[in-house]
Design a protein. Structure first.
Length: 300
């Protein structure tokens, strides 16, 4: 299907972009990498009067550290985050998530800011930004606003971004202590949107204990992205093991649990046992092997 007719303009300066957005409002759409907008145009789910391409605007790309934050330009490509190895040990969750986004063609063209503003509830960056406590800098002709990720996502494909605003930067706070995290994604096949995904980011205090932890998830018992932030949690989940239950043990089958496994949560040295379903071939050995493999291999 071909998109409806629209005007196209590629300004060379941010002020010109803001002026056009102020003039056209809801009739305008901003084009960054185009990996979300172009399919919507082709299917006529979006029919703007004008498309504003920000590909020539300077100052919207790059990853840098400044004033206790990692700053990511809104037009930074997914591949640029994937190759930002200096973030390892500080923002591991970003490096784990980037290689799992679709395929190399999408990662070479798609942008971090564009994906966030698209606000697909099955997307990858939303959960990550919730976990790390990111803030989004948005600009309009009337000034600048800074929106926390927790209040930015209002629903599926709906954000707190106004029609005359454009995202310019993502700010992620980085503390002085050690920090780390990861991103785990369940997908029907490699390159798909997440059926369910969870991002976790942990910051350690000077005493080596967890000072704060952020968790962002999507696709898990909620129609939209959800997040939670824990400060100084009283307990720490140290180990999670799945142990398959032999099929001749039928109580789980009678309870309606398919492919039963025993989930062992080891919390502060005390084990809590729970019965739930898992994949037939999933066991302790394969899980340990998967967790040791780099993210680029886990995605294959």
């Amino acid at each position: 299907m071909f998109p409806a007719a629209f005007d196209y303009i590629a300004p060379g300066a941010l002020d010109e972009v803001l002026s056009l957005l102020n003039q056209h409002g809801d009739d305008a759409k901003v084009l960054a990498g185009g990996q979300s907008l172009i399919p919507l145009l082709k299917l006529r789910f979006a029919a703007p009067v004008i498309v504003i391409d920000i590909g020539k605007v300077d100052g919207l790309e790059g990853i840098r550290r400044e004033n206790g934050h990692v700053r990511i330009g809104a037009r930074t490509r997914h591949r640029d985050v994937e190759s930002a190895t200096d973030l390892r040990g500080t923002l591991d969750v970003l490096l784990d998530a980037a290689p799992l986004i679709s395929d190399p063609l999408i990662r070479n063209m798609g942008t971090v800011g564009g994906s966030i503003c698209h606000a697909d509830p099955a997307g990858d960056w939303g959960a990550v930004m919730l976990a790390v406590g990111a803030e989004f800098v948005v600009r309009s002709a009337s000034g600048e606003r800074v929106l926390p990720a927790a209040g930015f996502f209002e629903g599926p494909f709906t954000t707190g971004l106004h029609a005359d605003e454009v995202m310019t930067e993502i700010r992620i706070p980085v503390g002085a202590g050690r920090s780390g995290g990861t991103y785990l994604k369940l997908e029907r096949k490699v390159g798909d949107f997440a059926s369910v995904a969870t991002a976790v980011h942990i910051v350690l205090g000077d005493d080596g204990r967890i000072a704060a932890a952020g968790i962002g998830s999507t696709g898990a018992d909620a129609p939209t992205l959800t997040s939670s932030v824990l400060v100084a949690p009283p307990v720490i989940y140290q180990t999670i093991l799945y142990r398959p239950v032999k099929q001749r043990r039928r109580p789980a089958h009678r309870a309606g649990i398919r492919n039963p496994c025993i989930l062992i949560l080891r919390t502060a040295g005390v084990n809590t046992v729970e019965m739930r379903g898992c994949e037939p071939k999933q066991n302790v050995g394969t899980l340990r092997h998967q967790l040791k493999r780099p993210a680029r291999y886990r995605a294959r």
